[in-house]
Design a protein around this ligand. Structure first.
Ligand SMILES: CCCCCCCCCCCCCCCCCCCC(=O)SCCNC(=O)CCNC(=O)[C@H](O)C(C)(C)COP(=O)(O)OP(=O)(O)OC[C@H]1O[C@@H](n2cnc3c(N)ncnc32)[C@H](O)[C@@H]1OP(=O)(O)O
Ligand SMILES: NC(=O)C1=CN([C@@H]2O[C@H](COP(=O)(O)OP(=O)(O)OC[C@H]3O[C@@H](n4cnc5c(N)ncnc54)[C@H](OP(=O)(O)O)[C@@H]3O)[C@@H](O)[C@H]2O)C=CC1
Length: 515
């Protein structure tokens, strides 16, 4: 049987979402580990004043592609950008491009989606469900299609505690919802959204569940596979440890904690933190593409791509390792020394928000105002609180995913493929992974230089001295205001001091006697 690189040799692959976090890693891995792949057609839209071509050219200059660039400087010749806006009818692909794609594509990887937790339902439906439907229609016209791999999320069914590798009945028939929402104005859709999403936390997980159903409806006509990653984090091994390029999921939390801004968050210390490295997800995705095309399973196989059931790690442990990692490798210009704690108690969290977020922000903004500058810290905290609030649902609960298909797939690979497309998370060493993840946020998200670490440490020492000075001044202030002015407070104070003194004298005397 063909190995994975042999299978992809000479194949034309269509990828949506190639400019995104996971899409980029998929493109890089395919080019590096399957060097004989024929062409990668990537659907890209112009964005933020940049043309499609400019965006793709910028993407290929990214550090992520350094390894493949070294091994094959002409790698970019295999990438064929196709202009496409997925929210438009026909995905706004030109007739000529449709003809080209239907004539040559062998495998489709559908990664594009809106992953925002606050996306209005209409837009989330348009991109995550309707675009998936349109892509499936396009796939049906492809004369040489061998596999269609859809990237979903392990949280599509987060309203359940135990999640099997099956497609659950959708909360509503997608076609009916699409028809109803079409004629409603945005205000009405916004009003009925909470009723529609029911026990799911956001429109993202809701529309991803609907998308799975849309994919399932085509399983008789197409050879489909569904990948359900949990919380996708920085790379574990490839192309280099710790690669990450965004603030999504835990990355933003880690950075905010490393900068000393975030001091408290609601999370369950003992709940499993189901993080999965991006390279693991991509290796599994490529292997699933190979398996779907070569073995042609009768129904769509779902792969829960998770770590919790195999190599569990908990939020409390993550907190510990993130904090110690940022103390060893501090971020530049931290607001305060990194010292964040998670708690599952609402009131304790609110207390620390007041004391450790709002109060310092108020003081800092006051300082900025006095220096004639614009206050900014309270605004930053308000945005941070909004983001954290949206994540807390996922950090406060436990889920149990069955990942038998992941194990089954591993068993199907040759020893060589198992090494090249490693998704065996039993080998993952969490403390080492978290250390590389934190360093990755510093290097690749914040573009900070590792050579600046001594200066960053010096800055943390300065912050520690400021804290000591501030605390001393606070004690003196309290003394002046509350103790020096009241006879009773003074009496209590003298009583406490004399008690301490007596204890000290007693211990000194007893230690002299024993000597
Ligand atoms: C106490 C610390 C100890 C650490 C241990 C404990 C850690 C607990 C961590 C818990 C994490 C749990 C994560 C669970 C996630 C489960 C997800 C399910 C998996 C998936 O399938 S999907 C992937 C997840 N999706 C997301 O994460 C998207 C979430 N983001 C959003 O929905 C929006 O970005 C958000 C938060 C609503 C903000 O919207 P908005 O205000 O409009 O801002 P923008 O998105 O436009 O961004 C503006 C600007 O800010 C940067 N940004 C975004 N998010 C963050 C952040 N969290 N922290 C800091 N900065 C952030 C963003 O990059 C933009 O920058 P620009 O420079 O581009 O302007
Ligand atoms: N990140 C995570 O933690 C997890 C992600 N997933 C799933 O993995 C997949 C990829 O996620 P991720 O890479 O993190 O997401 P990103 O947000 O990084 O990437 C999304 C991609 O979709 C493209 N896209 C969005 N809207 C449009 C549009 N209207 N037309 C054309 N392209 C569009 C984006 O293009 P552009 O650059 O033009 O915006 C981008 O390439 C998604 O399906 C997501 O649900 C699942 C579990 C966890």
């Amino acid at each position: 049987m063909a190995s994975i690189p042999e299978y992809y040799a000479g194949k034309s692959v269509l990828i949506t979402g190639a400019t995104g976090f996971m899409g980029k890693v998929l493109v890089e891995k395919l080019l590096r580990s399957c060097p004989d792949v024929k062409a990668l057609y990537i659907l890209v839209r112009p964005k933020a004043g940049q043309s499609m071509k400019q965006r793709v050219s910028d993407m290929m200059k990214c550090k992520l592609f350094d390894r493949v660039r070294e091994e094959n400087p002409d790698f970019h010749q295999k990438i064929v950008p196709i202009s496409s806006e997925l929210t438009q009818p026909g995905l706004s692909i030109s007739a000529a491009d449709v003809e080209r794609l239907t004539g040559c594509v062998n495998i489709v990887f559908h990664c594009a989606a809106t992953i925002r937790f606050d996306e209005p339902l209409k837009h989330a439906l348009q991109l995550n469900v309707i675009a998936t439907q349109q892509l499936l229609s396009l796939a049906q016209q492809m004369h040489h299609l061998e596999a269609f791999i859809h990237i979903s999320t392990a949280y599509a069914n987060c309203n359940r505690r135990h999640i099997d590798e099956i497609i659950y009945p959708p909360p509503v028939e997608p076609k009916k919802l699409i028809e109803s929402v079409e004629w409603m104005d945005d205000g009405i859709v916004r009003d009925i959204t909470p009723r529609l999403i029911g026990d799911r936390p956001n429109t993202y997980t809701y529309t991803k569940a609907l998308a799975e159903c849309v994919v399932q409806q085509e399983q008789d006509k197409l050879n489909v596979g569904i990948i359900r990653p949990s919380i996708v984090g920085a790379s574990w091994q490839e192309p280099f440890p710790g690669w990450i390029d965004n603030f999504n999921g835990p990355s933003g939390v880690f950075i905010a904690a490393g900068k000393g801004i975030l001091r408290t968050m609601r999370a369950n210390n003992d709940a499993v933190a189901d993080l999965i490295p991006v390279d693991v997800v991509i290796n599994l995705t490529l292997a699933a593409g190979w398996y779907t095309a070569v073995h042609r399973p009768k129904t769509a196989l779902v792969y829960n791509c998770t770590t919790g059931g195999i190599n569990p790690f908990h939020w409390g442990e993550i907190e510990h390792h993130v904090m110690s990692s940022f103390k060893r490798n501090p971020l530049e210009q931290a607001f305060r020394r990194p010292n964040a704690n998670i708690t599952s108690n609402y009131l304790i969290n609110q207390y620390w928000i007041l004391v450790s977020h709002k109060f310092p922000a108020f003081i800092y903004d006051l300082f900025l105002r006095l220096c004639g500058q614009k206050p900014q810290m309270m605004r930053i905290f308000n945005r941070l609180h909004k983001a954290i609030h949206l994540l807390e649902y996922f950090s406060s609960q436990d889920w149990e995913w069955n990942s038998e298909n992941m194990s089954m797939l591993m068993g199907q690979l040759s020893p060589e493929d198992r090494k090249t497309f490693n998704f065996d998370v039993r080998q993952l060493n969490w403390p080492e992974y978290i250390e590389n993840y934190c360093i990755g946020t510093k290097k690749y998200v914040l573009n900070e230089d590792m050579s600046d670490i001594p200066a960053a440490r010096q800055h943390l020492r300065k912050l520690r001295n400021i804290r000591y000075t501030f605390n001393t001044l606070l004690v003196v202030f309290i003394w002046r205001v509350f103790i020096a002015r009241s006879q009773m407070a003074r009496n209590i104070w003298y009583f406490v001091v004399s008690l301490c003194f007596k204890f000290l004298s007693y211990f000194r005397a007893s230690s002299t006697l024993t000597n």
